[in-house]
Ligand binder design. Structure first.
Ligand code: ATP
Ligand code: MG
Length: 236
């Protein structure tokens, strides 16, 4: 935040995430690997996938984002809720330092607006999110996810809160910490690239977003009940 990469509100959002991560046990549960698999299938199938980057995401896992971008052939686009020129440049530097080839979203000549949102939150890159059929928007705000969904785009998110409006709106929601999920998605993308179209089709048939989101809630309920009932469970 002091380097102007993350907005003040970003710190509060981070805290919400951490609270939910305690409920998961700060580890990737099995259902999240299946959510990540469905997400990667969608992103690999997309004609123009784009990865949206905000301040929190840039701080938490810049190198992993660059690696995923290369693995999926999906450009990185800076997309901010609290947009200032300073923050745009600070995030661009983080991504450049992490090895990004191209960073979209901050060239004023390439900006256009999407409907339904207030002024600064509307801006998207005409080479990126504007044209994209599948946008990966980790840690995104609910209004913007809905606006993108209303434009007919597939939305993939990572959001530790399975009940956030973004989680409920997305085509695929990953209920996991982004610090774990991007690395896992890179591995999954590598594996899927070695699979046949038939294998991927079969795998896809077993994965359904709303069902997996329900599994996330069930996992949390089950885990908390177990903690509450076992005497040894509350020992560190
Ligand atoms: P919504 O607008 O979607 O209803 P919100 O207002 O809580 O939800 P935003 O601040 O708009 O959410 O977006 C931040 C979201 O990112 C929160 O749901 C938060 O739980 C989640 N989050 C924060 N840190 C992480 C993290 N490290 N990994 C995954 N998700 C996270
Ligand atoms: Mg919100």
């Amino acid at each position: 935040m002091h380097k102007n990469i993350v907005a003040e509100a970003g710190l509060i959002a981070h805290g919400r995430g951490e609270a939910f991560d305690y409920l998961l046990g700060e580890r990737t549960p099995n259902f999240a690997i299946r959510q990540e698999t469905l997400a990667v299938i969608l992103l690999l199938e997309a004609k123009k996938p784009v990865i949206s980057v905000n301040g929190n995401v840039a701080v938490l896992c810049p190198k992993e984002l660059v690696a995923l971008s290369k693995e999926l052939g999906a450009p990185l686009e800076i997309n901010l809720f609290y947009r200032t020129k300073e923050r745009e440049l600070a995030i661009k530097k983080v991504l450049d330092d992490a090895g990004a080839d191209q960073v979209l979203g901050i060239d004023p000549d390439m900006q256009e607006t999407i409907p339904e949102l207030s002024h600064l939150r509307r801006i998207v890159d005409s080479r990126g999110i504007a044209q994209s059929d599948c946008v990966f928007v980790p840690l995104e705000d609910g209004d913007r996810s809905m606006a993108l969904r209303n434009l007919g785009k597939n939305i993939v998110t990572v959001d530790l809160n399975p009940l956030s409006r973004t989680s409920l709106t997305a085509t695929v929601s990953i209920t996991n910490n982004i610090t774990r999920s991007i690395t896992e998605m890179i591995e999954i993308a590598k594996e899927l690239k070695n699979s046949s179209p038939d294998q991927i089709k079969m795998l896809r048939g077993t994965l359904e977003n709303k069902k997996l989101l329900r599994e996330a809630l069930e996992f949390i309920v089950f885990r908390l009940k177990k903690l509450a009932s076992e005497e040894s469970a509350l020992e560190i």
